[in-house]
Design a protein. Structure first.
Length: 616
């Protein structure tokens, strides 16, 4: 027990004394009591921690209940705190149950304002009709710059736009352009002013919603060409993105036409040419300066752009001043290779150190969006990170400006006449034949919903018209060169009827199209707008006719109401008019059947036989 001997200090003048056995036992008892006390304290501490943990759990459950109350759009009292316990909720629920019994089983329960204010009863929410949440669009969509359809007082003459370059004015005159369309008369001066002031203030991004054929391409091509004329060094300073090869080729030709006489070089990458050929068109290798750009303006499709961003050395967009997205709603829906992610990643990368030190641009490129059916989806527009965007749109007297729709969301030219015909499925081709004959249509585009329907309808129309009209077909199955050749023949009036899929519905500029017929009813309003946009272009008159079955009529009218179109007339073709054509129709159907069977046999014959095992 020597370990428990305690030596006490008695002072400097007193001798130290060793305690007796009895005092030693008393000290030991005190130590044991202290040990027991510490054990009890530890036990109490653990109990308190357990209680605190349980209290935190109850607090979390209380917060969850509070969130659920708020989610049901029921006001929560201001004095409600996160610390109220689940017992309170149980008491309120019990009170509600008693109140319900007092009202009786056949009476609708009403909450007691004193005992249940701020809380809800389970099952009550299912009896309340949910209110529709109205979407509120951003102010820039609800307050656009409206382009009047009859531009009285607007500077439509070329000479009236004083800031436009003389060389561009001469090229416009040489190409037969004497006056600007309304969208051009408003957008071109705005862009020229923004470009002139860009050294002082960053230009705003713009969105233009205008009818097909209203001259949107020239509205952005001319200001961009004028802005880039001052540069000597070759850098890609303007990037134009379009959804299809045909549209890209069409826009490329416009830039080439109006950049004549300048140092500006325009490039086109769409996948029509081999990838290595496109690389040689874009990049040149110099022994002194390394890889250099050969173009100032690049017109491309989204998929091909991503290929060059990944694989083409020296492909640099850090000097980009203009990012132009034509047919913007279609391009934004295109997720091919995630083009927007790769473009933003490339533009945000820091310039790598090299022998020639590159300087990163201080501001992003100005974004110019153009479409006849501009998207109002906030998520899609948010992807582009628009800077102080401004909307330009046509005046649409039928469409109201509300919190859910903006003026001119779906725009068609005022020269367009729209009609529909109700017919049965069996007589549909015959009604189409009668319509073309009665209206004397000789330059007409007919839209179907698939490649197979296009092919069958083209064969049937050839059998019906014989040598009266020239009928051809265009679909995605045709190669680009063949498709371009057919469009040129149709433009030159060598083809009377062009049967096609919706591949031709977007942006293709074919002048003087007399009529557009939707043989297959469009499923979406955007499809209808773009189909109808192939006619009534550049101020000319045009006719758009849709063939419908009776079950499709109500849906078609409801779809047009979204665009404020309530005056579309029905065109009647009576059964009496079709009776004399019965025999001719039967013969044409037999010719179609024979032609399809013949093609099937030829396809089967052309297939290579399978090699058998063991044959060498």
């Amino acid at each position: 027990m020597d370990l428990f001997v305690l030596n006490r200090h008695r002072g400097d003048n007193e001798d130290e004394k060793i305690p007796s056995a009895s005092s030693e036992q008393s000290k030991l008892n005190k130590i044991l009591q202290r040990v027991e006390k510490n054990r009890r304290n530890r036990s109490k501490r653990k109990e308190r921690e357990k209680l605190a943990k349980a209290a935190k759990q109850r607090t979390r459950e209380a917060r969850q209940i509070k969130r659920e109350l708020k989610a049901k759009i029921i006001p929560v009292p201001e004095n409600t705190t996160d610390e109220f316990t689940d017992q309170t909720v149980f008491e309120e629920a019990a009170t509600s149950e008693q109140s319900t019994k007092l009202e009786g089983n056949n009476k609708k329960w009403k909450p007691d304002s004193k005992g249940l204010e701020g809380f809800t009863v389970l099952g009550e929410a299912s009896l309340v009709k949910k209110q529709k949440v109205k979407r509120v669009l951003p102010k820039w969509l609800l307050n656009p710059t409206v382009i009047p359809s009859n531009p009285d007082g607007l500077p439509t003459a070329i000479s009236d736009i004083k800031k436009l370059d003389e060389g561009i004015c001469k090229l416009l005159s040489d190409n037969g352009v004497e006056k600007f369309f309304p969208v051009q008369a408003v957008v071109i001066p705005y862009l020229l002013r923004a470009i002139a002031n860009s050294c002082v203030i960053s230009p705003c991004d713009i969105c233009v919603s205008a009818p097909t054929g209203s001259g949107k391409t020239l509205a952005y091509a001319l200001p961009v060409i004028q802005a880039l004329k001052k540069y000597i060094a070759k850098k890609i300073r303007a990037l134009v993105i379009l959804p299809t090869q045909d549209l890209a080729t069409q826009v490329f030709k416009v830039f080439k036409t109006y950049s004549q006489g300048t140092r500006i070089d325009v490039g086109l990458v769409t996948g029509k040419n081999a990838f290595q050929v496109e690389q040689n068109q874009l990049i040149a290798e110099n022994k002194a300066f390394g890889l250099l750009s050969k173009v100032d303006i690049l017109v491309c499709t989204p998929g091909r752009l991503v290929d060059h961003l990944k694989l083409t050395k020296g492909f640099d967009l850090h000097e980009l001043e203009f990012l132009i997205i034509d047919e913007a709603d279609r391009v934004l829906e295109n997720v091919q290779n995630d083009w927007l992610y790769h473009l933003e990643k490339h533009l945000s990368e820091e310039a790598e150190q090299s022998s020639a030190i590159a300087v990163r641009r201080t501001r992003p490129p100005q974004k110019l969006l153009f479409s006849a059916t501009l998207s109002q989806d906030p998520e899609k527009l948010q992807k582009l990170s628009l800077f102080q965007p401004r909307l330009f749109t046509y005046d649409s007297p039928d469409a109201a400006n509300t919190s859910e729709h903006f003026i001119g969301k779906y725009t068609t030219p005022k020269e367009l006449i729209e009609k529909y015909v109700v017919t049965s499925l069996a007589l549909k081709p015959l009604v189409l034949y009668k319509l073309i004959n009665s209206e004397k249509l000789n330059k007409c585009i007919i839209f179907t919903h698939s490649v197979d329907s296009t092919h069958r309808l083209a064969i049937l129309l050839r059998a019906l018209f014989k040598d009266e009209l020239k009928v051809e077909e265009i679909s995605s199955s045709l190669q680009g060169n063949s498709r371009t050749a057919l469009i040129e023949k149709f433009t030159n009036k060598e083809i009377d009827l062009l049967v096609c899929t919706d591949a031709l519905a977007r942006g293709i500029d074919i002048p003087q199209v007399q009529c557009v017929i939707s043989y297959s009813a469009p499923k979406y309003l955007k499809t209808y707008i773009h189909r109808a946009g192939r006619t009534a272009r550049a101020g000319e008159a045009g006719l758009a006719v849709t063939l419908l079955h009776k079950p499709q009529l109500s849906k078609f009218k409801a779809m047009l109401e979204q665009a404020g179109k309530t005056n579309v007339e029905e065109l009647f073709i009576s059964a009496e008019d079709l009776e004399p054509l019965e025999k001719q129709y039967e013969e044409s159907l037999n010719e179609l059947k024979q032609s399809i069977e013949k093609e099937g046999k030829m396809l089967k014959k052309n297939k290579s036989p399978k090699t058998r095992k063991g044959n060498k």
